[in-house]
Design a protein around this ligand. Structure first.
Ligand code: PMP
Length: 350
């Protein structure tokens, strides 16, 4: 570390992103990307916008806000777009955690990093033995609640009624529901933002809309909350969404059939993969995401992860005590998952 680094930050442990190999031959099932390209309409709009990159992007994201408000059924002042949902999560930690933050011990690893970066005290609440969330743990606590729903890396889900139980238990405490994976079979809590001004729902175009590389995320909530997030944005980077991402985002929202078909394909392949893994001796948690979380009854997660890598297949292993037996496996295309199941069969037979 340089001697110029602020000592307050020297203990920071940054988030470790999943590996992004240069080698195209690898089957990449480690970072929950979509196996499908972005919608052709999204691609066309992005290409058209490429010729205007000499100009700054629209800081108000006008066209995208208009389309997003229409698609998600909210007012234009109830939505903000950002550079990936990581950015709006960061803004949320900065803006809304004067009494600290509280989230499950097993969840998206970045929550802890944002809290540490902004020196926000946080509490990690252990998930139950079966990895489910005990709603009681979030009633009567102070501090802003962050819940990934469905959760990562478990894939487990709370219904909007369960979300409402937490939100309604204390109108003076903000609840942030991170719906990065909601489109793969879950029901969104966005409608609850009409009823509760202490609920913020966060979404991303990285998964179900095949745009991880474009970096486009959003938050939806009461207009006062969105105004605060805009205050942070305009105090940091007003042009946080670039022209091509913005144009592609509009195209992705317009192309509803492409979106729906891809989500359905992933869900069908998830069901196939779950069955295939169970036949091979895995326990698979019931997932409502574009990944499954699974453990084998004989072979440790770390060993399997390494053996798959030798065969050119990347999956995610978390080397922490409660997760070490498991692998998080992104659902790719049907052909990819058949190749994956074939590789696992070889490993188990070998
Ligand atoms: N939330 C969750 C639960 C995630 O798993 C991820 C990405 N892996 C994100 C947010 C961030 O996604 P992005 O910044 O690509 O929108």
């Amino acid at each position: 570390m340089s001697r110029f680094f602020d000592p307050k930050l020297s203990a920071l442990t940054p988030y470790t992103p999943g590996e992004q190999p240069k080698d195209r031959l690898l089957l990449k099932l480690n970072t929950n990307e979509s196996p499908f390209p972005p919608s052709p309409l999204a691609q066309r709009y992005a290409r058209e916008e490429a010729g205007r990159l000499e100009l700054y992007s629209d800081p108000c994201c006008t066209a995208l806000v208009k389309k997003g408000a229409e698609v998600f059924g909210v007012e234009e002042d109830e939505i903000i777009f950002t550079n990936g949902s990581d950015e709006v999560l960061d803004f949320t930690f900065q803006a809304f955690c004067p009494k600290g933050a509280i989230f499950p011990d097993i969840t998206y690893g970045f929550y802890k990093v944002f809290a540490a970066l902004h020196q926000i005290p946080f509490t990690e609440v252990p998930l139950k033995e079966d990895f489910t969330i005990d709603l009681q743990d979030y009633l009567g606590t102070s501090g802003t609640v962050f819940i990934a729903n469905p959760n990562a890396p478990t894939g487990l889900y709370l219904t909007p009624a369960q979300v409402e139980t937490i939100v309604s238990s204390d109108p003076d405490r903000l609840v942030v529901i991170d719906e990065a994976y909601i489109d793969f079979g879950g029901e969104t809590s966005i409608p609850l933002t009409k009823k509760y001004d202490n609920l913020l729902v966060i979404g991303t175009f990285s998964k179900s809309r095949s745009m991880a590389g474009a970096r486009l995320g959003f938050a939806i909530g009461n207009k006062a909350l969105i105004r605060c997030l805009n205050t942070i944005k305009y105090s940091f980077n007003p042009y946080n969404v670039d022209r091509m991402a913005m144009a592609a985002g509009v195209g992705a929202l317009e192309d509803k059939d492409y979106f729906r078909t891809n989500c359905e394909k992933i869900m069908a392949t998830r069901a196939w993969t779950t069955e295939a893994l169970e036949k091979l001796g895995f326990t698979v948690l019931p997932s409502l995401t574009n990944f499954v979380f699974a453990k084998h009854d004989r072979i440790p997660g770390k060993t399997l992860c390494a053996k798959l890598r030798e065969q050119g297949i990347l999956v995610r292993h978390f080397d922490t005590p409660r997760l070490t037996d498991y692998l998080r496996i992104t659902i790719g295309s049907q052909e990819q998952m058949e190749a994956f199941a074939g590789a696992i069969t070889n490993i188990l037979e070998g």
